[in-house]
Design a protein around this ligand. Sequence first.
Ligand SMILES: Nc1nc2c(c(=O)[nH]1)N[C@H]1C(S)=C(S)[C@@H](COP(=O)(O)OP(=O)(O)OC[C@H]3O[C@@H](n4cnc5c(=O)[nH]c(N)nc54)[C@H](O)[C@@H]3O)O[C@H]1N2
Ligand SMILES: Nc1nc2c(c(=O)[nH]1)N[C@H]1C(S)=C(S)[C@@H](COP(=O)(O)OP(=O)(O)OC[C@H]3O[C@@H](n4cnc5c(=O)[nH]c(N)nc54)[C@H](O)[C@@H]3O)O[C@H]1N2
Ligand code: SF4
Ligand SMILES: [Mo]
Length: 861
Amino acid sequence: MILTTCAYCGVGCGIRATVTGERQVRIEGDPDHPANRGRLCSKGTHLGETVSLDGRLLHPMIGRKRASWDKALDLVARKFRDAIATHGPDSVAFYVSGQLLTEDYYVANKLMKGFIGSANIDTNSRLCMSSAVAGHMRAFGEDVVPANYDDIDAADLIVLVGSNTAWCHPIVYQRIRARCEAGAKLVVIDPRRTETAEEADLHLPLRPGSDVALMNGALAWCRDVGVLDAGFVADHVAVPDGFWDAIGEGSDLWSVARTCDLPVADLKRFYELFAATPRTVTLFSQGVNQSLAGTDQVNAILNLHLATGRIGKPGAAPFSITGQPNAMGGREVGGLASTLAAHMDFAPGNRERVQRFWASPTIAPKPGLKAVDLFRAVDEGRIKALWIMATNPAVSMPDAGRVRDALAGCPFVVVSDVIADTDTSAHAHVRLPAAAWGEKDGTVTNSDRTISRQRALFPRPGEAQPDWWIVKEVGRRMGWKTAFAYDRPAEIWREHARLSTYQNDGKRLFALPGQASGGNARYEAMQPFRWGGTPFADGRFPTPDGRARLVPVVQKPLAAPLRDWPMTLNTGRYRDQWHSMTRTGLAPKLARHREEPLVEVHPADADRLGIADGGLARVATPQGDSLYRVSVSAGQRPGELFVPIHWTDRTSSGGRTGLLPRPLADPISGQPGFKMTPARIAAVATRWRGFLIVAGEPPRRPDCLWATRVAVPAGTLWELAGDGDAGLLDAVLPAGERIEAIDRARGTRRIAVIAGGRLVAALFVTESGELPARDWLIAQLSEAQAAPTVLAGRAPGATIDRGAIVCACFDLGVRTILAAIRDRHLADVAAIGAAIGAGTNCGSCRPALARLVAQETTDAA
Ligand SMILES: Nc1nc2c(c(=O)[nH]1)N[C@H]1C(S)=C(S)[C@@H](COP(=O)(O)OP(=O)(O)OC[C@H]3O[C@@H](n4cnc5c(=O)[nH]c(N)nc54)[C@H](O)[C@@H]3O)O[C@H]1N2
Ligand SMILES: Nc1nc2c(c(=O)[nH]1)N[C@H]1C(S)=C(S)[C@@H](COP(=O)(O)OP(=O)(O)OC[C@H]3O[C@@H](n4cnc5c(=O)[nH]c(N)nc54)[C@H](O)[C@@H]3O)O[C@H]1N2
Ligand code: SF4
Ligand SMILES: [Mo]
C-alpha cells in the first residue's frame, strides 16, 4: 500500500493505493489524511480507471516524428537560446499549470526568472485563483488563505459564494453537510440553482456580477446593527479615509435588492443571519474570482470579515478554495508572472535576495505577461518560443479560437503533456512525454495549506519523464549545469524550503522551517502537514505596519443586455469530469453522468425562442459559436445560459466552450471574466439523430453536425445528429459481418457489425422514430457472443432505460432511482442507500438523490 494524494481538485484528499497488477490499482481514501479522513468523491474513487496507457504520449516527438530525448531537449534549448540571443529574454515564455507538482513548478520558475531573466512564466492559475491572490495581497499584504478545513467543523454559518461545492469540492461539501446536520446554517450565493444551492437553508440567485453590492450591503447592515468589531479594527485594521462613504453608497437593503435582483425578504434574512453569527466561514471560488471585477469581489468579502473581526479565530474566516491539486503550491513557489518566488515580489530587496540565493546570472526585473496578455503577445508575434506544460490553453483560455491561431503562428511551440493528442499539442513543434499521476513523486499544497506527498505507484511507461527532470535538462543544455543539477525531487524540495526561510525574519508568513533538513529519508516519509498554523490569530498582518487593510470597493454598474447579444453566458463544471477530460474522459464510470455538453436555458427563454429540451442549439458570442444539446432548466435565471467547459475537438464536434468568452480580464489580477459573456442562442433543427456504439475507437471519427464521444466499457459511445445523408456514416463502421434493419416510414436504419461472433459496432439512426436506450447495447460490447436481438437494441423482453447516471459508484441512473423511490416508498437519501446502495460509497450523488426524492414527492402530490 502506498500513501499518495488525489490527482484532481484542491481539496487534496489522501489516498491509499494498492497496486494489484500491471497498470492496475485499488484506490481507497486515506482515513489518516486530514483533508478527507478516508472519504473520496466520484472522481477520486474512479482514479484507477484512468491509469491505462490509452492515448498516452510515450516518446518525445519532433513534429510527427519520434525523436530521442537528447535530440528533443537539445532542440528546445537551442531554440530558446537563439530567440533570447536575437530578441531578448522577453521574447520567450512558459505557460504552466496548477497541476504541476511543487518541485516541477519550482524548477520552471527558477529557470525563467533567475536564468533566462524574464518573468514571462504564467500559469493557468491566472484563470483560476489570481483574483483571490490579488485580493489577499491588498488586504493582508501577502497571499495567505486565513482558513483551514477545521474552521468548517467549528462554523455556525457557512456562506458559499460562486461555488458549486457539491460538484467541484465534493469532500469539502460533505464536511459542510456534516456541520449542517449538527445545526449550522448554509447560504449559497449563485445565480444558478445548483445541486449545492438546492440543499441550502437559503439560496440567493443574484444577478451575475452583483456580488460587490451584496457584500457591501452586508457590511453596511452589520455597521448599522452594531456588530462591527470596533476593537479589532482599531488595533489591527487600517481603514482608508472615505472608506465608509464609498461603501455606503447604494448599500441600503432596497437598493441592494434591486441591484442584485433578489427579493428584499431573502436578502434581509441573509443579512440578519450573518450579523447574528460570529462563527461564519465564507467560502468562495470561480463565481467570485472569474470576473472582470474579481479582485474587488474578493476584497468585498475580506472587508466584511475584517470589519466584523471574523478572521484568525476558529470557525470564522474568509476561505478562498483552490481549484487544482497544486494551485496553492504554485503560489508558494511564485509561479505567477506577477510574483517572483516564495511569496516575494519584484521589490529591489527581494530581487537581490532571490538572485543571491539562486546564485543566478540575472533576475527578472519586473512582472511578466499574464496569461491573456501572454497569448496576445504570441498572437502578435512578440513571443518567438513558447513552452506549455500541463495545461490545455487551446481549450481553456478565453477566446480559445484566437489562441489556436496564435499557437499556429508561433515560430516554436513546445508542449509537455501526458496525452499524445490534445487540442493544444496539435500546434506543437515538439511534444515531450511527461510522467503522469501515479508515476511521479513530489508534493502538492491543497486549499488549506496542507502539503502532502504524491508518490509513484507504477514504473514510468515508455520514455516518459517527470516535469522537473525535463525542465532541468533544458536548463542544463542552455548552459546552467550546476544550478540545474537536481537528481531527485527531494533535492528540489529542500532548496524550495531553504528559500522560504532565507533571510525571512518573520516578514513572510510562508516558510517551511526544518524542511530543508533530514535528507531523502525524511522526504520519503513525509506526512501531510499544514504551514502557517492559524494565520492572523495574533491580529498581526504581513504589511509594513502590521495592519490589515479595508479596501474601498464599489459595485460597477451592470450593463443592460445588448441588442445583438441579449443573453448572459455562464460557464463551469460537471460533477464527474475534469477540465478538458484528458484524464476523467478515460473512465467509463465517469462518462455517463453527463454524456453530452448541455446548454441550460430557462423555460421562458426556451419558449420564446422556440428551443426544445433535448434538441440542439447554437450559442454564439462575438468571439465564435458552438453547438450544444439543450436542457431546459428552471434552475437558470431568465436571460442566462450555462455551458460546461469540458468538451474539446477530441471529444465533440460541438460544446467548445473556450472559444466563446471574451479575452478580457480583471485589471488588477488579470483573471478573465469567464462567467458573464454577452451571447445569443438559437435552435438548430436536424433531419436525423442517432448513436454509434463501437468497440475501442471507430476507424474514422463520425463526420456530421453533432458527434460527441464518451468512453464506455470496452469502447466508445457517440451521440450523433445531422442533416446530410446519414448513409455516409457507414464509413465509420469497423470491418465485420453487417446485419441491418430499415424502416423507411420513420427513416430508421439499424446496423450491427459482428466480428468473431462479438458485437463490434452498432449504428442506429432515425428521422422520426425512437432510439433505444444505450445501456444494453453497450453491455453487448463486453459479451463473447452478440445476442440475437441486437437490432432491437434490447434483450428479449423489455429492460429499463437507466437514464443519465446519478450514482457513478453503483452505476444507477435517474430512471432506476426514481422507480425505486416510487415503488419502494423511499422517503429520503438514507432509505435509498439502504435499498439500492446509491449514495453510500463516495457520496457525490447525495445532493442529486435528495432532489430526486423531492421531485418524486412533488410529482406524486
Ligand atoms: N468536477 C470537477 N471538479 C473540479 C474541477 C473540474 O473540472 N471538475 N475543477 C477544479 C478547478 S481547477 C476549479 S477552479 C474549481 C472550480 O469550482 P467552482 O468555482 O465551484 O466551479 P464553477 O462551476 O466554475 O463555478 C462556480 C459557480 O459560480 C457561479 N457564478 C457564475 N457567475 C456568478 C456571479 O456573478 N456571482 C456568484 N456569486 N456566482 C456566480 C456559477 O453559476 C457556478 O455555479 O473546481 C475544481 N473541481
Ligand atoms: N470558459 C471557462 N474557461 C475556463 C474556466 C471556466 O470556468 N470557464 N476555468 C479555468 C480554470 S479555473 C482552470 S484551472 C483551467 C483548466 O484548464 P486546463 O489546465 O487547460 O485543463 P486540463 O484539462 O486540466 O489540462 C491539463 C493538461 O495537462 C495534462 N497533464 C496531466 N497531468 C500532467 C503532468 O503531470 N504533467 C504534464 N506535463 N501534463 C499533465 C493533461 O493531459 C491536460 O492536457 O480552465 C480555465 N478555463
Ligand atoms: S474531492 Fe474528489 S477530486 Fe477532490 S481531491 Fe478529493 S477525491 Fe479528489
Ligand atoms: Mo481552476
